[in-house]
Design a protein around this ligand. Structure first.
Ligand SMILES: [Zn+2]
Length: 143
């Protein structure tokens, strides 16, 4: 049987896993909460790193993600949050960090940029696709 990691399997996982003699219940439960956990994100306005990036990208407004923090330049938190597609794009990058870890993500992202450029970078392609995905922000809380 092929189980695709959809939402239903995440809900059913602790139920299924309880019947498998693989690990004690407390570990199954912590895995469940780990999977369903909310991600607390931060937004930093007038960020110095974002300003440097904006200068390099020749852009007046810029948002960039490092770890779980969205760094903004030329745009306020309020203005940024008014654009759902933009928020989804940056949240997608947060998810990419979550999946790979801080340094592996940065390394691969920069490597892709060097190899294929910013636009064709697979992390950017995925983030642009995520701009239409309204569910991507479900797990995210902005502090
Ligand atoms: Zn991006």
């Amino acid at each position: 049987m092929l189980l695709l990691p959809g939402k239903s399997i995440l809900y059913l996982w602790p139920v299924c896993a309880r019947f498998l003699p693989l690990r004690p219940a407390y570990k199954i439960d912590s895995y469940f909460y780990y999977v369903m956990e909310k991600i607390v994100c931060h937004i930093k306005e007038r960020s110095f790193i974002a300003r440097l990036a904006a200068r390099r990208m020749n852009s007046e407004q810029l948002a960039m993600v490092i770890g779980k923090t969205i760094h903004l330049h030329g745009v306020t938190r309020k203005e940024f949050l008014r654009h759902p597609w933009w928020v989804r794009h940056e949240v997608c990058h947060i998810m990419q960090y979550q999946e790979l870890g801080l340094l592996p993500f940065l390394w691969r992202y920069l490597w892709e940029c060097k190899k294929v450029g910013y636009y064709a970078n697979r992390f950017e392609v995925a983030a642009r696709a995520a701009e239409k995905n309204a569910t991507i922000t479900n797990r995210v809380i902005f502090s």
